[in-house]
Design a protein around this ligand. Sequence first.
Ligand code: SAH
Ligand code: MG
Length: 202
Amino acid sequence: MDRVEFAYAVKGFMPRDEGAALFEAAMSAPPGALMEIGSYCGRSTVLLGEAAGRRKERAFTIDHHLGSEEHQPGEGYHDPDLLDPDTGRPNTLPALLITIDQASLSETVTILCGYSATFAALWTHELAFLFIDGGHGRPSAHADLDGWTPHLTSGGILAIHDVFPDPRDGGRPPFEIYSKAKASGAFTDISGIGSLRVLRKS
Ligand code: SAH
Ligand code: MG
């Protein structure tokens, strides 16, 4: 199985058409590091790792691994197989480590475990590509846009997942930050498929 095929065998929320567009977006970025917010079990991470490997760049992926609101017990996207028996809460870090090891991406992809906003505040390295797919609540989504886009180089690529222009299709915050990025005047649309939006920073 090649790496791209392997990605879709990993648990996750990235359909094939959007995953292909995400990979193309990563390949189209200027030289430099790739950053993902929201690793979960590593499906999109493997796609970005494949792109980083081909480009001889590094990829980073951030998650606190405690799950988003919709992953908690009783919520719509809860997966009982990802519950930690000791804490009774989701824990996706073991699954991510296994995914990255099985994909032979441990040297290309660096796993960062913690809150996105904490890393964003401390980060100093310029990014060529940024994928926002972390918390979809209003504070997290806006913190991801506000905290990470300053680290994106001029000409860098911003991809945002779960952007639903019609509120009947899904939650508002990813659409809000997509709109905010464009309203800032610093980003222009490159492409969009499903709920994935790809923009370039001017
Ligand atoms: N990109 C993944 C899906 C990510 S799901 C895929 O392709 O399958 C969203 C993830 O964001 C969850 O794993 C959740 O734990 C994480 N997350 C939510 N809020 C976060 C925050 N504030 N900081 C870090 N990670 C967060
Ligand atoms: Mg998503």
